[in-house]
Design a binder for this molecule. Structure first.
Ligand SMILES: Cc1cc2nc3c(=O)[nH]c(=O)nc-3n(C[C@H](O)[C@H](O)[C@H](O)COP(=O)(O)OP(=O)(O)OC[C@H]3O[C@@H](n4cnc5c(N)ncnc54)[C@H](O)[C@@H]3O)c2cc1C
Length: 293
């Protein structure tokens, strides 16, 4: 299909982009990598009056460490996030997640922030941002607004940006250097959207799990941080009995959809399998004993 007619602007500054977005009265769309937006435009699922291309704005293509926070600018591509040393050192679970995102052609254009803005509940970047409690930095003609990830993902493909706001960066706190991490997802083919995905970080203190974080995607309308599961794991020695309890609890609390790819029951079962693997891997890493500890 061919897109409906639209205007195109390529501003050189964030202020100019925000002014164009405000002037469009809700009919403008930011384009970053175009990997999700262009198919939607071609199918006429969206018909923006103007596309505002942020790729010529200087300084948005950086990954920086500011204090303890890693800041990923709005035009940083997936291929860069997947290979950047700041990400692998300070956010190793994100580094791992990036290798499951799509295929090389999509990774060469798609952006971390574009994926977060797109808010697909089966996409890795929103999940990483949500379970690591990142901050979405938004900008409009009114100035900057910082949105906690817990308030950003409102529904499937729905975020809490105002129509005249664009994302300039996503910031995520570095995970503690002594934390272990686990990331497990299942997709029918490598690079496809996952049927389910479980990620975790935790520390091992005196033989017990501490500061546990758990996130999931593909099993709800938004990416999730699961505090109920964190509470089960916290303070334990990550025994098989505890992992059984986690799997059972996930079956009770998750309400995934049935679709052409998998049934809700299959996704619930898969969640328990992925949780066991990811938690074991994180515990092994936290104890410095390799992945089978
Ligand atoms: C074949 C294929 C396979 C894929 N597989 C995966 C996968 O396995 N995992 C995965 O996570 N993703 C996958 N994707 C999606 C891919 O990661 C996209 O690149 C990503 O979702 C959107 O990023 P983008 O930069 O291309 O955004 P765009 O397509 O440019 O924009 C997407 C949406 O976000 C908005 N937007 C973009 N940037 C901003 C901004 N700075 N401020 C405000 N709004 C903004 C746009 O207006 C639009 O509504 C796949 C895509 C394709 C085509």
């Amino acid at each position: 299909m061919k897109p409906a007619q639209f205007d195109y602007a390529a501003p050189k500054t964030i202020e100019e982009a925000a002014a164009l977005l405000a002037a469009s009265n809700g009919d403008g769309k930011i384009i970053a990598g175009g990997q999700s937006l262009m198919p939607m435009i071609n199918f006429r699922l969206v018909k923006p009056a103007i596309l505002i291309d942020i790729n010529r704005i200087e300084g948005l293509d950086r990954i920086e460490l500011e204090g303890n926070r890693v800041r990923i600018g709005a035009t940083v591509r997936h291929c860069r996030t997947a290979t950047d040393p700041l990400i692998s050192e300070h956010l190793p679970v994100v580094h791992e997640a990036m290798h499951h995102v799509a295929h090389m052609t999509v990774r060469n254009r798609g952006t971390f922030c574009g994926s977060v803005a797109h808010a697909d509940p089966a996409a890795e970047m929103p999940m990483m941002t949500r379970f690591l409690d990142g901050t979405i930095v938004a900008f409009s003609v009114r100035g900057e607004r910082r949105i906690p990830a817990a308030e950003f993902f409102v529904g499937s493909l729905v975020n809490s940006l105002e129509p005249d706001e664009l994302v300039t960066a996503v910031e995520i706190d570095a995970i503690p250097p002594d934390a272990g991490w686990g990331f497990e997802e299942f997709a029918k083919r490598h690079g496809d959207f996952a049927l389910a995905c479980f990620a975790t970080t935790l520390r091992a203190v005196g033989g017990r799990a501490k500061d546990v974080r758990v996130g999931m995607m593909g099993v709800g309308e938004t990416p999730m941080r699961l505090r109920e599961i964190e509470d089960i794991v916290d303070g334990t020695d990550v025994s098989d009995m505890m992992l059984d309890e986690v799997a059972k609890r996930l079956t009770d609390i998750l309400t995934p959809n049935t679709d052409i790819h998998a049934s809700a029951d299959y996704r619930r079962h898969l969640s328990g399998v992925l949780a066991r693997r990811a938690l074991r891997a994180a515990w092994g890493r936290a104890n410095g004993k390799g992945l089978d500890a």
